[in-house]
Design a protein around this ligand. Sequence first.
Ligand SMILES: O=C1C[C@@H](c2ccc(O)c(O)c2)Oc2cc(O)cc(O)c21
Ligand SMILES: O=C(O)CCC(=O)C(=O)O
Ligand SMILES: [Fe+2]
Length: 364
Amino acid sequence: MAPVSLKWDETSLHENRFVRDEDERPKVPYNKFSSEIPVISLKGIDDVDGSSVDGFGSRRAEICDKIVKACEDWGIFQVVDHGVDTKLLSEMTRLAREFFELPTEEKLRFDMTGGKKGGFIVSSHLQGEAVQDWREIVTYFSYPIKARDYSRWPDTPKEWRAVTEKYSEELMGLACKLLEVLSEAMGLEKEALTKACVDMDQKVVVNYYPKCPQPDLTLGLKRHTDPGTITLLLQDQVGGLQATRDGGNTWITVQPIEGAFVVNLGDHGHYLSNGRFKNADHQAVVNSNTSRLSIATFQNPAPEAVVYPLKVNEGEKSIMEKPITFMEMYKKKMSTDLELARLKKLAKEKQDLEKVKPIENIFA
Ligand SMILES: O=C1C[C@@H](c2ccc(O)c(O)c2)Oc2cc(O)cc(O)c21
Ligand SMILES: O=C(O)CCC(=O)C(=O)O
Ligand SMILES: [Fe+2]
């Protein structure tokens, strides 16, 4: 299947494929930033247990409390002082932008359509979506290292592969550190969550959202929860990431912070904690002033890893009926997402037909 379109500046939203139903359209501007999502400094997270700040408990304990609270409230928070070199972050962003500025034919050398594992695609990783996302992505699978297929990693700009390898390694380290905190908060050993992932997978998705003539009618990336354990998102200073915790009634736009990562829990993290930690419900909106770039690093369990709460407290019930593998969970989620989109499209077509019926009747 050929990609939809790469001529974003010539694409009119009168082309229905980008127009969302009214209930799905953005409710809050891309640049009206909220301070509701906590920003947590990780400085001191490696302090050995027992060392104290001014005699009041350790800095690590303080950070852990903030992370746990954010996961219980929103399933989303930002981290600063995380230890990943800021030069690496700016290199990663610069090279990613250069990739999207390449001529179409160059990007299509990595065309991912037809089920290839990694590469470039317009709009969505899900083929068959009723309404398209206003974005392009390039994606590659970085862990486990033995499964890397470099033929699916962009080779232009030429420094990108080396930078990406380093970036992936650093982010794997940071993600594991955050999972240790959550394991301890569940009263489990530090390695409990990473062990439950068996051999942790990592997948990097670089999102490029072109500027859009009618941003109020469409979405850069439709509302979703991430399927995996935890996601680390690096975004530029434009703004567009939005979160909801009341099923899409109200939304907030996450404030971009230079050098910070937005961390959000996915479905796997939510299930393993028996629902204690939220799987962040989020979307990306676009704007008519400027394009936007974000880099999502998805930390997922191995496909064969068993998904089931690690601990069910006394008096509670498991939120899962039975254990399933991550592969089963992922496939079920993606097919449900597609099916919902298909049903919505059908319902809309039916509604549109009903509207024209009275006119037909005039001629009957
Ligand atoms: O692009 C994404 C975002 C996200 C997602 C999940 C479920 C959806 O229905 C959706 O439209 C987007 O999580 C992903 C998970 C992946 O494995 C690949 C992706 O490209 C994405
Ligand atoms: O671009 C963003 O801000 C959100 C990206 C995202 O949610 C994703 O890639 O899963
Ligand atoms: Fe996401």
